[in-house]
Design a protein around this ligand. Sequence first.
Ligand code: SF4
Length: 368
Amino acid sequence: MDERQNIKELTYEKLSEYLASLGEPQFRAKQIWQWLWQKNVTDFDQMTNLSKKLRHRIKEDFVLNPVTIHSYQQSPTDKTIKYTFEINGGHLIEGVLIPSHSSERVTACISTQVGCPLGCKFCATGTMGLKRNLLAHEIYDHLWLLNEESKKHFGRKLTNVVVMGMGEPLLNLDNVLRALDIVMSPEGLAMSPQRITLSTVGIVKELYRLADLKPRFNLAVSLHSAIDEVRSQIMPVNNSNPLPELVKALRYFYHQTGKRITFEYLMLSGVNDSIKDAKALAEFTRNFPSKINLIEYNETPQSVFRKSTPDRVREFVNYLENRNLVVTLRRSKGSDIAAACGQLVKMTDRNKQLFNFDTLKPKNKNLH
Ligand code: SF4
């Protein structure tokens, strides 16, 4: 068994120490760091400004295990592209490129775990269970590849990132934070934290930890119901992270960061779309500056749930807007959509899932 460590698991300091132990000058660490993160080389021999001897020594001590594109599929209607990536061990993960039709924006949706242990009832990923957490460089690398693909297919770099693909990011927080640090760093993708959103179901304990770190990126919460009994039915994680606890943690997050919180709310017919549900949502979101994204459910013949009717959605939106809440609707143009935290992939049903995050202003009332 190959027991060499992946060189990307080293921090900059550890890499510098390693190179110093080989008698290399200080600037070597910076050179190698750039090859690893900015250029994302897949082979040590691509590090052309290192001597052959040094490359040979590094190869003896480390591996790279690059993430590769396994396959992809583009929506003919809205040009969204869904990618499957292969990571070390032969696992498959997913990422999505979502171009905007009304602006220069290209958003990447990235994954943080292979599968997910939380089993939300509306989510395909939840049916897989958890295979393993992604390492920081695996999170970074598939985003890096999406950035390259964005340039190739849409002629521009990524403008936005949502950590909303397979998995619950707060259950893999250390790796997610390390990856995002490099995404934001000039030595990585140099992306603005304002353009990055981490989406969670709300793991209370980890929310406090995140709040104390005062992240510069944005936070979204997959809420889907502001009534405990309803939320527990569709999101079992609510049993151990009930809404009163979640409110306290989010208040603390706002207190620490001063950041407005976005709430994702999938509209499920007869489950969470009554005026009683809207009232609970309005009360819940009043606890801090917030924004509500209502998401149209992608109904398939196999779905357990049905999407809310246009009339019901309008009533729901009107109720919230009349209380001066900020509400947007996310709508699928094609029939293939998965939205909110990790509504990606049954591995056997991969090709049916596509994202579209185009938003409509509620005032358009043009939902279907
Ligand atoms: S919605 Fe998110 S947290 Fe829930 S099962 Fe899917 S990936 Fe996991």
